[in-house]
Design a protein around this ligand. Structure first.
Ligand code: B3K
Ligand code: ZN
Length: 885
């Protein structure tokens, strides 16, 4: 397999103005007939009259041009394309092919999920349906007819509006759909199934009534209300905040069980993983409800940022994904708690995206090359891409950003655009040059921002020196990297609170109205910024709101951190200060363990934690976040060499110490928080449940019999899944032998109770995947044989194997290599059936450079053995070869 490069982009040789598709659904012989109205692209400079269409795994039946049947001397059929020499300037190409959806386990193209037919075309799945110019800059007007058995498949859907339907012989029926908006093939969708739906409607600001429908299997009809409410809120929000109205008369969502990702924004017909659309209190956790709201919004927002304006080529993926993640994050912030959402996003970025950026698969937000585009639906393209858009928002301010977004949509509507088109609209609206900002798109790696301070008491000046560097990444050496434009949102805390800022600097900055907050715009490798009229050394509050995705380095003392935690008015900084305090305490314990000394836990941490638990004025959700110790994954990420066992032990020691020393406070807070008999997934209730279950976690960590019993009672009496699964997890993940009986009973009762709810059973797999103990790998192996497990269902693979490899570091990294072996075996199996999921599961093995030499060898050995697999997919090949390079 070879790489393709952004620099080689060429406009398409031909355009497809209209696409007429006709499907006769059949499990192994679906007949797909296409009539494509094609003309030579006037912008293409090629003289050749050859037409090369993408196509894969299609049993070609016939090809004709303007009604004249071609024979195999007129065209050349290759494994991944159909070449037709000497086509006219303009013509209708008709192709008939057969495909086998029931055999399609890659879940790309047309496939079967249980009894239902459905499609997934992004990025390059359409070519498994019919021969086409399967590239995002070829936009076509689609008309689609679907024919199937009336009894088995009463519901037949595609993009746009239904224009015709009727009965046919042999109990067959058909529906014809027309989508008036030209779109690339990756936005095509088709569904055929025995589905029920809930319906609602939405009236746009301009007064158009839109029909809203969510299609599910009958048994899931009671789990659609939250998605519908989220859809309506999203539609309203996009009108209010971005001035964007929906454009078709009907908007449909279909839930499917077997899906490679969360959901897909097909025009007018979004297809969702059931895990991202179904929700009800009894079966879905608060996090699940929030995920549904966010994903429904994300896919809906794509109707403008993705569909009306699409991507010129797949190197521009972040044009739609980064922008849309930014939009959905702001939506979630407006629907719930802004600070909590920001902290959660920063946590994900720092634990996972920073790791990606520091590993062998690091790539820029706008990659310059790829082998398999499916491997580039990454945290970098999505989440870092969203941070990059957020920085533009910070630099321009909300008003100019909105003008830039209006300009971008207006100028590029109906077109396939580039990241440069987006940025140039922003530049124009903001009246400023963003060329220095482009490093964020072009360079991989997480910049490090080292800050030092000095205070001069005679001049009453406080100076901050900022040094930025970016580590070497596969595409570029550190010394060749251009500096980044880094917005630093900051303030200074004096002994009586925030200080007025009088910065003296050559750095551009903007000062807030009350002059205690500013945003500096660093553009050079080094800057010195002097603040005047400062009476005593202050504590700097840096990167408020996580204003740039960098690793900030400042030598805070524990007391400085406590000042920030308790006094800063930025919620993100308060949380971050608490995390840093936890990290430094855990690091001290790690050091003692490594030196064979008796570890001690700095009492300033438990004092700070006590102040948090007993403070009734703070948002309970923030208290819970601050009391949650940094994950083992994050601790590994910030370590040069991750010593998994020491990290785990040190974290446990600190956790047990907090649990023991604050037991009374945790118990009092647990008992004083309300229980809501009427479940609602709103910010207030979610906050209370999160703090309550955080307290329960610490209380069970004391292994006190009373609290084990109380956790079991909560497990048995909970009327919502948040409280039930929280109790199950604390019991099942407790390392204490006194918890074993409870854990065993709870796990078995849980399966009994929920065996008919696939998504709940996945939670059951995940908890067991994360359980500690020597027997972990054997347990996973036997769960893979369980009646409820199915390796062809990505949700199950993620729930069991993904949770084990990503969230059970001690067992996955067992020094006998058994965890690595298990993952390698699974990847080999998936390579043959579902390459996208295979490549994704590989992630944890690719980070082998982070570990000690023994583990490095074991991990590399597994990678090498996968590499030898016969029939290695492009997806897995790319990940393995880059990680071993
Ligand atoms: N655009 C899809 C992702 C498609 C992934 C294809 N491998 C979902 C989303 O980001 O909204
Ligand atoms: Zn998206």
């Amino acid at each position: 397999p070879s790489a393709i490069y952004l620099k080689d982009y060429q406009v398409p040789s031909h355009l497809i103005d209209k696409t007429h598709l006709h499907f006769i659904l059949h499990p192994t012989k679906t007949r797909v007939s296409s009539d494509l109205t094609i003309r030579k692209n006037p912008d293409a400079d090629t003289k050749s009259n050859e037409l090369i269409l993408h196509g894969q795994d299609i049993d070609l039946q016939s090809v004709s041009i303007d009604g004249r049947q071609l024979d195999d001397r007129d065209y050349q059929l290759e494994a991944e394309c159909l070449r037709i020499a000497n086509v006219p300037e303009q013509f209708v190409l008709s192709v008939v092919g057969l495909i086998a959806p029931a055999d399609n386990t890659s879940l790309e193209g047309l496939y079967k999920s249980q009894s239902m037919y459905c499609t997934q075309c992004e990025a390059e799945g359409f070519r498994k349906i019919t021969y086409f110019l399967d590239r995002p800059d070829v936009l076509s007007e689609f008309t689609t007819t679907v024919v199937a058995d009336k009894t088995e498949f009463p519901v037949l859907l595609s993009n746009g509006n239904p224009i015709k339907s009727g009965s046919l012989d042999d109990n067959m029926h058909f529906v014809t759909w027309h989508d008036p908006f030209p779109k690339p093939a990756y936005l095509f969708a088709l569904v055929g199934g025995d589905l029920e739906c809930i319906q609602d409607s939405f009236t746009t600001t301009s007064g158009r009534a839109i029909d809203l429908k969510i299609y599910v299997e009958e048994k899931d009809l009671d789990k659609c209300d939250h998605a519908m409410a989220s859809l309506k809120s999203s539609m309203r929000w996009d009108e209010d905040v971005y001035g964007r109205e929906y454009d078709l008369d009907i908007f449909m969502i279909v839930a499917v069980d077997d899906f490679n990702m969360g959901a897909m924004e097909n025009k007018g017909l979004n297809i969702f993983n059931t895990s991202c659309v179904l929700a009800k209190a009894e079966t879905t956790t608060d996090a699940g409800f929030q995920r549904v709201e966010a994903v429904v919004a994300h896919e809906y927002f794509h109707n403008w940022s993705g569909n009306r304006v699409t991507c010129r080529d797949w190197f521009q993926l972040s044009l739609k994904e980064g922008f849309t993640v930014f939009r959905d994050a702001e939506f979630s912030a407006d629907m719930g708690s802004r600070t909590v959402k920001r902290v959660e996003d920063a946590k994900l970025l720092r634990a996972m995206q920073f790791a990606e950026d520091a590993g062998p698969l690091a790539h820029p937000v706008q990659p310059a090359s790829f082998i398999e585009i499916s491997n580039f639906y990454t945290l970098t393209v999505y989440e870092k891409g969203a941070e990059v858009v957020r920085m533009i928002h910070t630099l321009l301010g909300a008003e100019a950003f909105r003008q830039g977004s209006d300009l971008y949509f207006e100028r590029n509507d109906g077109k396939a655009a580039t990241i440069e088109d987006f940025v140039s609209s922003m530049e124009e609206a903001g009246g400023r040059d963003l060329s220095k900002f482009m490093s964020w798109y072009h360079q991989a790696g997480t910049p490090k921002l080292a800050v030092t301070a000095d205070y001069n008491s005679s001049s009453r000046e406080y100076a901050l020196t900022f040094n930025q560097t970016c580590p070497t990444t596969p595409e570029c050496d550190s010394e060749d990297k251009k500096p980044y434009l880094i917005p630093v949102a900051m303030g200074l805390l004096g002994s009586n609170g925030p200080l007025s800022l009088v910065p003296e600097t050559d750095v551009d900055f903007s000062l807030s109205k009350n002059d205690t907050h500013c945003v500096l715009e660093l553009t050079q490798p080094q800057h010195r910024v002097v603040f005047k009229d400062i009476n005593a050394p202050p504590v700097p509050s840096l990167m408020r709101g996580f204003s740039a995705p960098v690793r900030l380095q400042f030598d805070y003392s524990p007391d400085d951190l406590i000042t920030l935690m308790t006094q800063d008015d930025d919620g993100f900084t308060r949380w971050d200060a608490c995390q840093q305090l936890c990290v430094s305490v855990i690091h001290e314990v790690e050091a003692s363990l490594q030196q064979g000394k008796e570890p001690s836990v700095d009492s300033r941490l438990s004092d700070a934690a006590r102040a948090l638990i007993t403070n009734q004025n703070l948002d309970p959700a923030m208290v819970a976040l601050m009391l949650t110790l940094p994950s083992e994954g994050y601790l590994a990420e910030i370590a040069t060499t991750a010593n998994i066992d020491t990290i785990h032990s040190a974290r446990e020691i600190v956790r047990n110490h907090l649990a023991a020393s604050l037991k009374t406070e945790f118990a009092e807070r647990f008992d004083s928080l309300p229980y809501f008999p009427e479940y609602e997934a709103n910010a207030v209730q979610i906050a209370v449940r999160s703090l309550k279950n955080c307290c329960l976690g610490y209380l069970v960590a004391t292994a006190d019999a009373v609290w084990l019993e109380r956790a079991m009672t909560q497990y048995r009496t909970a009327t919502n899944m948040t409280d039930q699964s929280a109790a199950l997890s604390v019991l099942a993940l407790s390392p204490d032998s006194k918890a074993v009986d409870y854990s065993v009973s709870a796990l078995s009762e849980f399966y009994q109770q929920w065996q008919s709810e696939a998504l709940v059973v996945n939670q059951w797999f995940s908890v067991q995947a994360m359980q500690p103990g020597e027997e972990a790998v054997d347990r996973i192996r036997s769960l893979m044989q369980h009646e409820a497990f199915n390796i062809n269902n990505p949700n199950k693979v993620r729930a069991l194997i993904g949770a084990f490899a990503n969230n059970n570091p001690v067992c996955f990294h067992n020094s006998d290599g058994s965890g690595y072996r298990l993952l390698a075996e699974v990847v080999k199996k998936l390579n043959a059936t579902n390459p996208q999921i295979a490549a994704r599961m590989l992630g944890p093995l690719t980070k082998w450079r982070k570990y000690d030499s023994k583990r490095q060898e074991l991990m590399q050995a597994e990678l090498n053995s996968i590499k030898q697999t016969v029939g290695l997919s492009k997806d897995v090949f790319e990940v393995i070869s880059k990680s071993l390079a």
